[in-house]
Write a protein of this length. Structure first.
Length: 300
């Protein structure tokens, strides 16, 4: 991880320190994986057989302000990981895609079989490009891969630019919350523990190179799955749960949709449930209070 300053570097460093307590089970390398030379130097002498690639420049709105960051991290960086997996003969590469690839699709829930040719942001376009590059490497080099389209991940140690964090922070500080889409947007909020379960289930089950059509439509050893809570929640309900957890009401500032945003997301998880037995266990009524508790503890 490069620990860039897209958001609080202190938070990123605190995450790393939280993981160091696991001793030899965790090793942190401070390097930018979008730099091919730095990546090779950082991994020189190390051995591994599988890769989980979760690195990316996130954020729909920031991709409008700083498109170059997405070119480097999400495109060059993903290619570097594909090359690494190819040359190290990795038995499986699991990588993070995004629900953003569904763009302006208006048929809910989103299915991995849906066409995703109309992204609404550069971030979404880079994630779709990653899926295409991975398909190419699965075809040319028979590199087993699984792409996971994550749906609005939240939970302890989450990102400060996400709604759950932003709303919690504003409510506890007595500031108005900015509610885009006039509060009528819906999201499939997925708790971090369920995301981890999905990643591990995928990692332990590489797609076979058997010529059979797989989730997402590939006949190569490459599968695509939605990892979501399989429930589309109104933004208003999310705010009510945060209010209850914080013990105070929010002052809501209703604003129009922002460029690049989609109105609704909702994950069809039937493919990953069928193939890997994945099923989320944490709804926002349980996950959001856990986040608020963590947030209070982290900020003392």
């Amino acid at each position: 991880d490069s620990l860039n300053d897209y958001y609080s570097v202190a938070l990123k460093q605190a995450r790393v320190e939280e993981l160091r307590v696991h001793g030899d089970a965790f090793c942190f390398l401070h390097a930018d994986f979008s730099d091919e030379g730095l990546l090779a130097k950082a991994l020189d002498g190390s051995s591994f057989d599988r890769i989980v690639h979760l690195g990316a420049q996130p954020g729909v709105r920031y991709s409008i302000e700083n498109p170059g960051a997405y070119l480097r991290s999400n495109l060059a960086g993903h290619l570097n990981l594909l090359e690494l997996a190819r040359h190290r003969r990795a038995s499986h590469l699991v990588y993070a895609s995004s629900s953003s690839v569904y763009g302006g699709n208006d048929t809910l829930p989103f299915r991995v079989e849906d066409r995703v040719d109309h992204p609404l942001s550069l971030y979404a376009a880079t994630k779709k490009a990653d899926e295409l590059m991975s398909e190419t490497y699965a075809h040319l080099y028979r590199l087993p891969q699984t792409g996971l389209r994550f749906f609005t991940v939240y939970g302890p140690w989450g990102r400060p630019d996400m709604a759950v964090w932003l709303f919690t922070e504003a409510i506890l500080e007595g500031r108005p919350i900015r509610v885009f889409g006039e509060g009528r947007m819906r999201r499939d909020f997925t708790y971090i523990d369920d995301i981890v379960s999905g990643v591990v289930a995928a990692l332990d089950n590489p797609p076979p190179d058997d010529g059979v059509m797989k989730a997402g439509g590939s006949a190569a050893p490459h599968r695509l799955y939605n990892i979501g809570n399989n429930r589309s929640e109104e933004l208003g309900r999310l705010i009510e749960i945060i209010e209850a957890a914080c013990g105070r009401k929010a002052e809501r500032q209703l604003l129009p949709m922002q460029p690049g945003d989609v109105r609704d997301t909702y994950a069809d998880i039937s493919a990953v449930e069928r193939d890997l037995g994945f099923r989320p266990t944490t709804g926002i009524q349980d996950g959001v209070p856990r986040f608020v508790t963590w947030y209070r503890d982290y900020h003392h």
